[in-house]
Write a protein that binds this ligand. Structure first.
Ligand code: PGA
Length: 241
């Protein structure tokens, strides 16, 4: 595992975008594993700039997203499909038919989760998976627990995540209580994983991840075992390590 500590959010975003761009340049038909949330927005802005400058090209790229609320419609402005369109896909030359986000309207959830996992395998696996980290150490919607489910699955959100995400909704009651998420094993199929963290509110999670024991009580700690994991965090997020 490699840890890169940078000054602030802008630098974190640039360094993260460079990691993604390097994979795209080396392998134009790569599979990107993408994440939502506040953290990667700056990275997406940098990638859009690089695309506009002709540095990177998304025409052969496929993407697979980490998670999605359930239930939710893709046109709901809080859905992760909507987020991805607004923050990246609408601004680059990616073929939207090759962008995959778990279906927040799936009727047969179990079959959908299996199909999602099979798709990752059929694509030959993710080349670089971008991850944020929850204040409670969650990865995707893999929340701290005694056990973690390996593959893509439906999960209940913890109260801490509902509270953290309520800032995006009219009220806490409007936050969906469930989500579809890749599991830790799905994440581990990626050849490279980058974890981004910015700000003092992530400091405890980064401390637990890097200094605590490996534990399902801190799902991010498991990422330390990945053979090619890079943690990119700013000084505030690193301040308790
Ligand atoms: P954030 O979420 O980027 O909005 O802080 C990260 C996460 O909860 O995984």
């Amino acid at each position: 595992m490699k840890v890169i500590v940078v000054k602030n959010y802008d630098e974190m975003s640039k360094v993260a975008a460079n990691h993604v761009a390097d994979v795209m340049k080396a392998k134009p038909d790569c599979v990107l594993g993408l994440a939502t949330g506040d953290t990667p927005i700056g990275m997406y802005k940098n990638l859009i700039e690089m695309y506009k400058n002709g540095e990177i090209d998304f025409s052969k790229t496929t993407s697979v997203n980490l998670d999605e609320y359930y239930p939710i419609t893709p046109d709901n402005d809080q859905s992760y499909r909507y987020f991805m369109n607004c923050n990246l896909f609408d601004h680059v030359n990616i073929d939207k038919a090759k962008t995959f986000v778990p279906d927040g309207q799936a009727k047969d959830v179990e079959a959908h989760c299996k199909a999602y996992e099979d798709r990752i395998d059929d694509l030959g696996g993710v080349d670089i998976q971008v991850l944020g980290i929850g204040r409670n150490g969650h990865i995707g919607f893999n929340e701290p627990d005694d056990e973690l489910i390996k593959g893509t699955h439906l999960t209940a959100l913890t109260q801490s995540t509902i509270e953290a995400n309520s800032r995006f909704f009219a009220s806490e009651a409007d936050v969906p209580k469930h989500a579809l998420t890749m599991g830790i094993e799905s994440v581990f199929k990626a050849r490279k994983v980058i974890v981004l963290a910015s700000g003092a509110n992530k400091a405890e999670a980064i401390r637990a991840m890097l200094k605590g024991n490996i534990s399902t009580k801190c799902p991010a700690s498991l990422i330390c075992l990945h053979p090619d994991a890079v943690i990119i965090c700013d000084e505030a997020a690193y301040s308790l390590v």
